[in-house]
Design a protein around this ligand. Structure first.
Ligand code: AMO
Length: 430
């Protein structure tokens, strides 16, 4: 039998219950996390969005019907309890509830795949298969509440600094990021793709808004099975007119700081952001020499493999800048003094890339010749190239992987735990 909500409403959350309410009649709602029957007493713990509440049903003190309903409940059932507050030194928050009326909105009959209060569960797939209840567990509640705070702080940072929030199409006609694979889809009678990044649109929008940001999904057909790659990730993208990559490095440092401050209010997350001025900057050249000196077999132009970065003991936050031009996407600007080097950077945390950005090319002809050199179909970019006929400002920007940022700020090992419903090479559900 399922009870309806009807007109009954919660009067208190767990966080608003305290011993001063002793003797008052209240209504609480939430999910059952544990039921223990000790002879004539049934202890039930429920959890609401702020924390636990203990219900104590003792024969002779509360109605037998309430006690028998509680005794039969399985973890995760969703219920409401109307009852009386009673002071108790041993209960969470110093109070327990003596139940008078129970409503069972949804009685669980299945045995859950893991205990509601489990702190760690070995196989992540077991959790992901039942993600809706996995997300009720405390460690994940902390990560996702921290994520929500970080997002709100970052958004406020942008708005305070005169950035305009944008939304760009996620169904696009051609690739923007060479190197990263595309998902193709049917678009009416044509082939289209899911956007790998908002790159070209955010660049165009600097022509009208100067400073823009977008927080949205990016799609990468990543073939890699790692703890840091998703097929769908959230990117915090920004783009700014009349600046170069050095200015953007300062912005990213500010943004990481703002996000870290927001996350720090959650106990257990000990990330200490460095002072903005002190995020070290290394050139690609410098690091490639150190990597070779450490005995690794790397060639100039190679990506810097995480294992090489670990070998030369790079830790915490640092920038790698002035990457070789060769592997960089077509829109990245060349260093004025050395055509082999780009005006670009990656922000790293240990061996994890959190962000990458660059100064962009603002000249149509250079952009077109870069596309040709990379063997791209220039015709399909004609609408984008046309924008460069009408006063494209010098501009620069970057994309920050939200999940990777949260991994760094909350010390989370697997990127799948920084996304509600992960998508990867093996997972398309739930
Ligand atoms: P890039 O391809 O380096 O740059 O992506 C920017 C940031 O997005 C995150 N990221 C990912 N996170 C999880 N899974 C993935 N598969 C994945 N791919 C990328 C990373 C990365 O640093 N247009 C440029 C950005 C710019 O120059 O503005 C771009 O897309 O944290």
């Amino acid at each position: 039998m399922v009870d309806e909500l009807g007109k009954i409403r919660r009067t208190h959350l767990s966080s608003s219950l305290d011993p001063s309410l002793d003797g008052q009649r209240i209504t609480v709602m939430g999910w059952v996390t544990a039921v223990r029957v000790h002879g004539s007493i049934t202890f039930t713990t429920i959890q609401d969005r702020h924390g636990p509440i203990q219900i104590v049903a003792k024969r002779g003190v509360c109605a037998d019907e309430a006690r028998s309903i509680l005794s039969a409940l399985k973890p995760h059932s969703s219920i409401s309890i109307s009852g009386e507050v009673s002071k108790s030194d041993r209960a969470p928050g110093g109070i327990e509830i003596i139940p008078h009326e129970i409503r069972v909105f949804s009685a669980v009959t299945k045995t859950p795949p893991f205990e509601p209060a489990a702190i760690s569960i070995k196989n992540i797939d077991t959790r992901l298969e039942s993600r809706c209840i996995d997300l009720r567990r405390e460690p994940l509640q902390h990560i996702f509440r921290a994520r929500s705070s970080a997002l709100s702080a970052v958004r406020n940072y942008f708005l305070d600094n005169d950035f305009t929030e944008i939304n760009t199409p996620k169904i696009i006609a051609s690739a923007t990021e060479g190197g990263a694979a595309l998902f193709s889809i049917f678009y009416y009678d044509k082939e289209a793709f899911l956007a790998q990044s908002p790159q070209l649109y955010k660049e165009q929008l600097t022509m009208s808004f100067e400073r823009v940001f977008e927080i949205a999904s990016i799609f990468r057909a990543e073939p890699s099975r790692t703890n840091r790659h998703l097929a769908e990730a959230i990117s915090i993208d920004l783009e700014e007119a009349f600046v170069d990559y050095n200015d953007i490095m300062e912005r990213v440092a500010d943004i990481v700081m703002v996000a870290a401050d927001a996350v720090r209010q959650y106990t257990g997350f000990k990330f200490e952001p460095p002072n903005t001025d002190s995020i070290p900057q290394y050139t690609y050249q410098e690091l490639s020499e150190r990597i070779k000196d450490a005995g690794s077999n790397m060639e100039w132009g190679d990506d810097l493999h995480p294992s090489w970065l670990r070998k030369i003991r790079l830790e915490g936050l640092y920038f790698i800048k002035d990457w070789p031009m060769g592997p960089k996407p077509f829109y990245v600007k060349t260093n004025a003094e050395n055509p082999d080097i780009s005006e670009s950077f990656d922000l790293m945390y240990n061996d994890l890339e959190l962000s990458s950005g660059s100064t962009r090319i603002q000249d149509r002809h250079t952009l077109k010749s870069n596309m040709q050199k990379k063997g791209m179909n220039v015709d399909s970019f004609e609408p984008h190239l046309n924008a460069f006929e009408y006063g494209m400002p010098p501009h620069a920007g970057c994309g920050i992987g939200l999940e990777r940022l949260m991994m760094a700020l909350t010390n989370t090992e697997n990127i799948r735990d920084a996304v509600f419903y992960p998508r990867d090479v093996d997972r398309l559900g739930p």
